[in-house]
Design a protein around this ligand. Structure first.
Ligand code: GLN
Length: 196
């Protein structure tokens, strides 16, 4: 049986994410059929969901306008997995201190947009991630970092700040796991149970 994998396709690397989900599924002996999501009505049929990066204000506007925000919240309320990356993480969190971003409040944490400053606008680093045996090649692009966290698990930190967290069925990363061939973050989010 094949899992329906919704990839919100407003902005960002949705094709790369779809390919990474397929690779991660194969690595776990499963099959996933990616579907691009732009309007409401499809998310309720999805087994798993991915919210890519891009520009968080634009993405959050689109989600609210198209009725996707409520569907994403309902998806998570059913315990189904969501991976939110970079701007997706910003939208999924509780607060980014920016009133133009409408938060889904699915990750009990606050984020700071564009937090790594000019010199580190974009960079790559080998990151230790809870649940992965080997470091992950993490690509950061005008990335947020996670500030105060509530009831969620920090999976990875960089420079003393959390950059990957898990809150129940939701994993959020400040980096872009779709930009390398390594699909282990997608595997962790979708095909491995948190309890091992
Ligand atoms: N800087 C973007 C924002 O704040 C996020 C960047 C990204 O998704 N790569 O929305």
């Amino acid at each position: 049986m094949s899992l329906t994998a919704g990839v919100v396709a407003v902005q960002g690397d949705f094709r790369e994410h779809a390919a990474a989900i397929e690779r991660a599924a194969r690595a776990h002996g499963e099959r996933a059929d990616p579907v691009e999501i732009r309007s409401s009505g499809t998310i309720p049929d999805c087994d798993l969901l991915l919210l890519p990066g891009g520009e968080s204000t634009a993405i959050s506007n689109h989600l609210q306008r198209e009725g996707l925000a409520d569907e994403i919240v309902a998806h998570v309320a059913e315990g189904k997995p969501l991976l939110a990356t970079c701007a997706g993480l910003i939208v999924a969190c509780a607060d980014a201190g920016d009133e133009r971003v409408e938060h889904l409040n699915l990750i009990d944490a606050v984020v700071e947009r564009n937090a790594f400053g000019r010199q580190r606008d974009s960079f790559e680093t080998e990151l230790g991630v809870t649940g992965l045996d080997e470091p992950f090649p993490a690509v950061f692009i005008r990335a947020p970092r996670i500030g105060e966290t509530g009831d969620c698990e920090v999976l990875a930190s960089f420079d003393g700040h959390p950059v990957a967290v898990r809150d129940g069925p939701v994993i959020g990363t400040a980096f872009h796991p779709e930009l390398t061939d390594d699909a282990r973050i997608h595997g962790l989010a979708f095909f491995e149970s948190p309890d091992g």
